[in-house]
Design a protein around this ligand. Structure first.
Ligand code: IPE
Ligand code: IPE
Ligand code: MG
Length: 241
């Protein structure tokens, strides 16, 4: 890889991990089998991203709207999240990874919540890599939550409405001080955002692939990264001026 290509690695990569259910159905398996395999892919993807020089990885695992699925599927997913934390907690500490769950954590089952809080606390000093897992996440809800926090501060006289600007607002999102995503990948073939990172993706580059999440591998990621490295990001300015 040339140094030029290296400069163009996204610092922050976001992935909508979609297509687990269809992956399983194609194989004549129950949908939840797709979730099992999908959750097991997370560790690999973290390792691959670290190796490539990505600094922040944000993965969409469960949306606020995903509660509208059958109870059995939702329960299965909640257990898989707990398994992930049991399995990976110590590793995240050892590998200097700062782990965060973004979403309304307070609405999750108690045992999962406790594990999330424990893992976030254990890794809070880590700075080698940043892994955000979006669980019970909604982009609209995230914006509403930021508005609530800021309006409380106005009410308490800590800030005035004029202080609310984009840079201040950003700090009250779940992603706090992290940079915005440079590249967003959606697997599974759908061409939509499904309530993911609505505020943060203002200038994010998009990559959609029909590959189902359980099949998504390093070669597929390389294809997306190669395409990203060739794009010219202008942020509304004019090139060369
Ligand atoms: C993504 O896979 C994982 C979650 C939304 C929890 P899906 O379960 O949405 O799989 P498809 O899109 O139905 O194939
Ligand atoms: C988005 O996928 C959420 C996750 C991948 C976690 P969905 O499968 O829920 O999105 P829709 O329903 O196709 O928009
Ligand atoms: Mg889906």
């Amino acid at each position: 890889m040339s140094s030029h290509d290296k400069e163009k690695i996204p610092s922050h990569l976001a992935i909508i991990m979609d297509g687990n259910g269809r992956w399983a159905k194609r194989r004549g398996l129950p949908r939840v089998e797709g979730h099992r395999v999908g959750m097991e892919k997370i560790k690999d993807m973290v390792d691959i991203c670290r190796k490539k020089g990505v600094k922040v990885l944000t993965l969409y695992a469960f949306s606020k709207q995903n509660w509208n699925r059958p109870r059995r599927e939702v329960d299965f997913l909640m257990r898989r999240f707990e398994d992930y934390l049991d399995r990976e907690g110590e590793n995240l500490v050892k590998e200097n990874i700062r782990f965060r769950v973004i979403g309304r954590i307070e609405e999750l089952p108690l045992s999962l919540r406790k594990k999330i809080e424990k893992t976030m606390k254990m890794t809070e000093k880590n700075e080698g890599f940043f892994l955000n897992l979006a669980i019970n996440y909604g982009g609209q809800e995230e914006i509403v939550d930021a508005v609530r926090k800021l309006s409380m501060m106005v009410k308490e006289g800590k800030i005035s409405p004029q202080d609310i600007e984009v840079d201040l607002f950003k700090k009250y999102l779940y992603t706090e001080d992290l940079p915005y995503p440079d590249l967003l990948i959606r697997t599974g073939g759908e061409l939509r955002i499904s309530n993911f990172l609505l505020f943060q993706i203002a200038y994010t580059e998009f990559w959609f692939t029909p590959v189902f999440w359980p099949d998504f591998n390093e070669q597929h990621l390389d294809e997306a990264l190669r395409d990203f490295s060739r794009r010219e990001r202008r942020f509304g300015a004019i090139k060369g001026e």
